[in-house]
Design a protein around this ligand. Structure first.
Ligand SMILES: Nc1ncnc2c1ncn2[C@@H]1O[C@H](COP(=O)(O)OP(=O)(O)OP(=O)(O)O)[C@@H](O)[C@H]1O
Length: 251
């Protein structure tokens, strides 16, 4: 049984079947990629996992508990953290201040921006934030304005912010979208390092096959809202149905 079990999930938008009877099992401590052509339903599925959408039918279990009907922050507290397609950081704040946000939110159960201005004396929060930046090789950039970081470093900071919440499942929605090759390769190395150093499960949506085949241990291919196949990267690469539906080749 996987740490994440999706069973018979369907989601319609009006007359459009975005997800149709989706089953997905993500094993603990693996990297599981979800791939598929544009409009296949990947983001819709992710949104159903984090409480942004509620499926019309089916179940979503995380570590034996249903996530359905819970608010996104409750699902986050259960141990699921999501990195969005566009980095969700405050560009006007420094790297260190951004890093303190999730640490304060976890400590206080909520976060308000003015918590940052009254934090001067709270050494423990600053220390934890600095420690996390060191682990993520960003300590030398802690006083930089986050808006001035490269796309790769913004992504690195956002992942660091997610990891400070100590999630058991990290969901990544196209983490290398719009990146130059060097930043993409840095992100791949970062995710490999995270996987090696932590007890963490990673589910990743990604269009870039170089990223997928560098990281994934299992791959689910979605097409038109339905899983076509779930298998190892080696088997996926040669699968005739996948080549036809996803890579645009005839079988
Ligand atoms: N909120 C919504 N309202 C109506 N239709 C939607 C909504 N969200 C998604 N859809 C539709 O559902 C289908 C699946 O979309 P989804 O974004 O999940 O696909 P995707 O696989 O993530 O695509 P992409 O790779 O382009 O991001 C598409 O036809 C899309 O237009």
């Amino acid at each position: 049984m996987g740490i994440l079990e999706v069973k018979n999930v369907s989601k319609n938008f009006g007359g459009l079947k975005a997800l149709s009877d989706v089953n997905l099992s993500v094993r603990e401590n693996t990297v599981h990629a979800i791939i598929g052509p544009n409009g296949a339903g990947k983001s819709t599925l992710l949104n159903c996992l984090v409480g942004k959408l509620i499926p019309d039918t089916g179940s979503v279990m995380f570590d034996g508990q249903s996530v359905l009907g819970r608010h996104p922050y409750e699902i986050n507290q259960m141990g699921i953290s999501r990195v969005f397609q566009t980095p969700e950081i405050f560009g006007d704040l420094t790297v260190l201040e951004n890093m303190m946000i999730p640490i304060l939110a976890k400590r206080d159960g909520t976060f308000e921006l003015n918590a940052l201005t009254s934090i001067g004396s709270q050494k423990d929060v600053i220390e934890r934030a600095e420690h996390m930046l060191e682990e993520m090789s960003m300590a030398d950039k802690r006083h930089f304005h986050s808006g001035s970081l490269s796309r790769g470093d913004k992504r690195r900071l956002e992942i660091a912010m997610c990891l400070s919440q100590e999630p058991r499942l990290l969901l990544l929605d196209e983490p290398t979208a719009g990146m130059a090759r060097a930043d993409t390769n840095n992100t791949i190395d970062l995710l490999k390092q995270i996987k090696e150093e932590r007890d963490i499960t990673i589910a990743i949506i990604e269009h870039d096959m170089h990223v997928v085949f560098s990281l994934a241990e299992r791959i689910t291919v979605l097409a038109q809202g339905t899983p076509l196949v779930e298998d190892t990267p080696e088997n996926i690469k040669g699968h005739p149905k996948v080549r036809e539906a996803y890579l645009g080749e005839s079988a």
